[in-house]
Design a protein around this ligand. Sequence first.
Ligand code: OXD
Ligand code: MN
Length: 595
Amino acid sequence: MEVTVKNEKLNSWIKEIAELCQPDSIYWCDGSKEEYDRLMAMMAAAGGATVLTKRLNSFLFRTDPSDVARVEDRTFISTSSKDDAGPTNNWLSPADLKKTMSGLYKGCMKGRTMYVIPFSMGPIGSPISKLGVEVSDSPYVVCNMHMMTRVSSRIYDMLSAGEEFIPCLHSIGAPLEKGQKDALWPCAPIDKKYISHFPEENLIWSYGSGYGGNALLGKKCLALRIASAMARREGWMAEHMLILRLTNPAGRQYHVAAAFPSACGKTNLAMMTPTIPGWKCECIGDDIAWMKIGADGRLHAINPENGFFGVAPGTSYGTNPVAMDTVRENVIFTNCALTDDGDVWWEGMTDEVPAHLIDWKGRDWTPESREEAAHPNARFTARAAQCPVICKDWENPAGVPIDIFIFGGRRSGVVPLVSEAYNWDHGVFLGSTAASETTSANIGAVGNLRRDPFAMKPFCGYHMGDYFRHWLDMGDRLGGKAPRIFYVNWFRKSQDGMFLWPGFSDNSRVLKWMCERIDGKVGARETEIGLLPNDGDLDLSGLDVPEASMKELMRIDTAAWRDELPDIERHFAEFGNRIPERLLQQLQELKKRLG
Ligand code: OXD
Ligand code: MN
């Protein structure tokens, strides 16, 4: 496409990148369906994409086994002072990092096309939205960006009219020599991968990976890491949260924003079908919320994304029928298994396991095979508009007013099914100490307990102690109009290792209790760790959970909580003198309550 954009910053940046990366050609994307279809056909012809004959307009990609998840060890927040990145981020000085990466970028697009992808996070033209331009040498990235962000030639007009944009440079780091055959999933080795952020100049440089959040730079890099730093400077919030609307039988609406670490069920909760009669749930977003205080003094949230990049394994008509219906057509699947009749399959999708598959590494697979058929972090990419329960207001530029914040994680013990914070400061304490057993969404060991404050540990673009303070400041500004804060754990297990709570659609019962708390319809009992439901207040009608299990789900194990205290102290100590005094005070109060 011939494009003339009258934006000096953009044109000089593109020229500089082209000189550095030396692509064979430059292609300016327009976000059209024709463009998507053409690139997909090209990738299918080259063998990188498999056409799924059973799903309309859908494709399967298999990545290199070294490129299957976000690489947190290779992710950098590069601020002029190391202190400003804080203890939860990897840091290199901007000068050193740029020097190393410029060396890697030199000639890195040889033999490839450099795509210029103009995109908007948030509805195009909304005052809350931010524009970005990603330069990438991966057509897979272009097609995913079409779904996950708003890619459009209208953005060129906005840039010509002088609008600001965030430059996002991406290369898979695999130049092609003349005559060299391309890999099916070209990328750089792990120690050459860099996912770098320069929050002081709103700049992103990513090298060496083609996967998800490492490469689709609008998502984690822009909408969380860079946006969180902007949000602090500008007095708003960029959070790793799903957004949903609940409507009770009387038609009253409640808006919920919930932060759970990666692969802990945000997509499932965002698309839940309530099991309690008369209640309705609609999805607004499943991963990221941008929130600003509105003229009414309340906190209003938008979903800056345009699609879902969801974890496939475990998704089924039993666990998340809405997600299954969302991915019926027009989907990009990554690292799922391929069935003999041209469909995808993953662990947990059906009770019956297919007799033969091609696994995510492209090998024959049978139920006797020792490895999983789909990678545990296999994903689907689908447009949000395809979701059958997408809320009609999901693109409202004014956002939706948030009533309820939920934090949580995956804990097989200690943490009860639900509790409510005593007040905003206590809620911020709960968010700041949130912990979860690790999953396969990031490279590293699975099943270890890690503190993941506000589910933002991998995504906060500045010092986490300052981030806690920002939460406290936002609460001060919101005063009586602040959302109420709750903490949940759907994953508590019995002594013999079985989940005690059915989860999924039945989580609606817990949400109903929260709504009734907001409306003052139910009380709560004060415990050492927060406010818990009174007996009989959680709607369990029609649910077959033994009384003993409910008791265990709600049990406060004071000894185990006391054992957690040194870990919380260590966790807070990490932030040195940037930990807000008000959180230390919360810790003292918890200690006192535990006796
Ligand atoms: C994601 C993640 O992909 O959090 O959303 O890893
Ligand atoms: Mn996420």
